[in-house]
Design a protein around this ligand. Sequence first.
Ligand code: BG6
Length: 480
Amino acid sequence: MPATDLTQVVILGASGDLTSRKLVPAVYAAQCQHLLPGRCQLVGVARRPWDDAFFRNHLTQSAPKLEACSYDSWEAFLKQTTYVQTHLDTPDDYRALAKRLDELAGEPANRVFYLAVKPELFLTSVENLHAVGLLDQSAGPWRRVVVEKPFGTDLASARVLNKALLGLIGEDQLYRIDHYLGKETVQNIMVFRFRNAMFEPLWNHKYVELVQITVAETVGMEGGRGGYYDTAGAVRDMLGNHVLQLLSLVAMEPPSRMTQKAIRDEKVKVLQDLRLHTDMPEPAKYIVRGQYDGYRAETGVKPESQTETFIATRAFIDNWRWGGVPFLLRTGKHLPARYTSISVQFRMPPHTLFGSYQECHLRPNTLTLRIQPNEGIDLGFEVKEPGAGITIKPAKLAMDYEDYFHKAIPEAYQRLLQDVITGDQSLFLRSDEVEESWRWADDLLKAMQQTPMQSYAKNSWGPSAANDLFGECEGRWTKG
Ligand code: BG6
């Protein structure tokens, strides 16, 4: 029996964008749909001298338009929402916070501390929470901490942060979030692979020629992100986390059961076996980095910045299943479309009966998992065009989520916050997973320094050299 069914979701850094755009709507939607296991109070914590009324008004102004609840209204939800002014680097303020949380609950309560704060404040906040006993679970109710990315800036700093945090709380209390794992279509990767007998027998080097993953964005540095982004770049911001998560779900071995340990163990193994295409002597042959025109003039960006806003690379997974199969990964800002997809390109049949397989454009069997937008799955194959002779034409079977299920796809944060409250860590990164991702990203960042920074026009698909990452007759990017 849980000690209490009351949970306080305490957001540190509550005056920021993430809180109003994603976190509060997620809690509201989960409550509306009766998806939370008990009662819930939302508490915003930040430095600004706001009060409850100001905070509530701020949320109403800045949250996206939310569908009304069937049983409850936004106004009723806001009544249970409070604001506590706290300087997150001032230990004394946490004593006051602890007292206020107790008063608000009026009874024992579970607590989620969501760190929607600058990375420099991750450890300080946890140390301060710990120092006033807010992370102590010995009285019964649980205490969980959610950490946003970036988790460190390289392998060494991620290790230091892991060690320091795990010196204060248990791994079972620490939820390292990657919001891509909360996306409905990302979660479907495992169902698609492991619940259908049809595809998994083909899911290996014998039948798969190449896998490509694209996360393309149309946005740039909107919302004053230039300062942060210029210290991160496309590898740290997207490739080394979101794209690697997609890769590990596509490439992992089936877990023996759907437990958080089994799933995370298998994902870690893929990351351990991931390497760059280092058999090529020149990194420029397997890494293409780019910067969009006008990036250096963005607010917060250094005028001589060498930060990449586009990255594409060719990687391999050195294991029995994937030996020799290239994984082409690409992400960038200011590309022509918002488009995230995974394409599994199958090999040609072993013997030529129709046409010549030397024709390089012939790569008929491709399975594309469309992650966003227009979520769905496409299976490409070839058919005979009706009429005399044999003319072969590409065709596809397509499934669209919204058409099929006639319902909107929930926001990633909603699912992930529900999982924090129910205590399921399957969709959160374990310390070894973060470290293995950094191991690979560090190698990439190092090798990338030996490649030229190429500029690209906004609204283009990045430097054209990204097309040369495909070997002869290996096809091309599914878009662009
Ligand atoms: C964030 C990155 O983690 O993901 C942003 O910091 C990026 O730069 C965003 O724009 C993309 O998320 P989504 O859900 O819009 O694909």
